[in-house]
Design a protein around this ligand. Structure first.
Ligand code: SAM
Length: 326
């Protein structure tokens, strides 16, 4: 079991499979983003080998992310490989959903259990403005394909950006009246690449909740106020699904964090909002043994940071969000 120095059991690995993306969300990366050459990224066998080492250390839950994970060549085979790794019980994916209409079924057959699909508005013109390149219809078809493929529960991720989509939270929240989906609203966090937008267009969890309740009525707290992952859950009167509010900036949830993140270039990052990282790919390519690599992982886990420093102006600027994966 991998424990950190605060006694947290770290058993949830998020693997970014590529830094490339087919959208350019204004709050995530610049439009003229440059990506890493593919030989700098973990190759398929390296992803599976590292996933196996984490599993040996007690990691039982894997989420695939990116960039956009569905752009990764051999994505179905990678999912199959991870899902069949001894010790891994849960494989999920965070995706923009653009390619899910054709991939949801093969991914589910390969062992993918759940997806979180990012959708920031139900208005096609605004969707295109926020993502710069996106067509809302593709995402909507992706959500339906995910449902048909049995990828459940469906969770939708919405980042609220002031001046772009605050009011859209109401229509998105309304989806839970008809669907048993979890619609999650995420406070925007600052990283490299889009720092100005991220710092100046934050809408807080409290403001998001107030906006939804002002139109749709007071929400009931679900789960006694306990967290589902990082989300505090609510339900609208008469709702079928849940509304999750994720207050990463204003009220972080470090005490219940169980995560480690592996970037597409094979770097282990122990906190989304701290720059602390350990390179695993270079030693792996230099011939480090599984035992050596596991020691490095355990040491990084032990040193997992607690708490972000945003209030003190400490912003993690060594990567864009798209390089870390969320
Ligand atoms: N391409 C995939 C997607 O769109 O879901 C996976 C990668 S994306 C970086 C993962 C999640 O991070 C998405 O839900 C996205 O909206 C969210 N995200 C991106 N930039 C963010 C930021 N600055 N603050 C909070 N969430 C952000």
């Amino acid at each position: 079991m991998a424990l950190d120095r605060f006694g947290r059991k770290i058993h949830y690995l998020r693997i970014s499979l590529t830094d490339h993306c087919n959208l350019r969300c204004v709050y995530c990366m610049p439009e003229a983003m440059t990506f890493r050459p593919s030989d700098e990224l973990m190759q398929d066998d390296e992803v599976l080998l590292l996933a196996g080492l984490f599993a040996d250390l007690g990691f039982d839950k894997v989420r695939l992310t990116g960039g956009e994970p569905t752009l990764r060549a051999h994505i179905v085979d990678i999912v199959r490989g991870i899902a069949s790794t001894p010790g891994i019980c849960s494989v999920s994916m965070t995706t923009n959903g653009v390619l899910l209409s054709r991939l949801a079924k093969p991914l589910a057959e390969a062992g993918l259990q759940r997806v979180n699909i990012s959708i920031d508005t139900l208005n096609p013109a605004k969707f295109n403005r926020l993502t710069r390149w996106g067509d809302l219809e593709d995402v909507w078809e992706g959500i339906q394909a995910a449902e048909q493929a049995g990828l459940r529960p469906i969770k939708l991720n919405t980042v609220i950006v002031a001046g772009y989509n605050e009011k859209d939270s109401i229509e998105l929240a309304r989806l839970t009246l008809e669907h048993s989906w979890q619609v999650r609203f995420i406070e925007m966090m600052p990283f490299a690449g889009a720092t100005d937008v991220q710092l100046t267009h934050l809408v807080t969890a409290e403001q998001i909740q107030a906006m939804i309740e002002s139109t749709l009525g007071k929400m009931e707290i679900v789960n006694g106020g306990g967290l589902d992952g990082e989300a505090r859950l609510f339900r609208l009167p008469g709702g079928h699904g849940d509304i999750g509010i994720i207050s990463s900036v204003t009220e972080p949830f470090c005490a219940s964090c169980t995560r480690a993140r592996l970037t597409a270039d094979g770097i282990l990052r122990m906190c989304l909002l701290r720059e602390y990282e350990i390179d695993l790919l270079t030693p792996l390519r230099a011939g480090a043994s599984p035992t050596d690599l596991k020691k490095m992982i355990l040491e990084a886990v032990w040193n997992k940071p607690w708490g972000h420093g945003l209030a003190e102006g400490v912003i993690p600027l060594n990567r864009t969000m798209s390089e870390i994966g969320g």
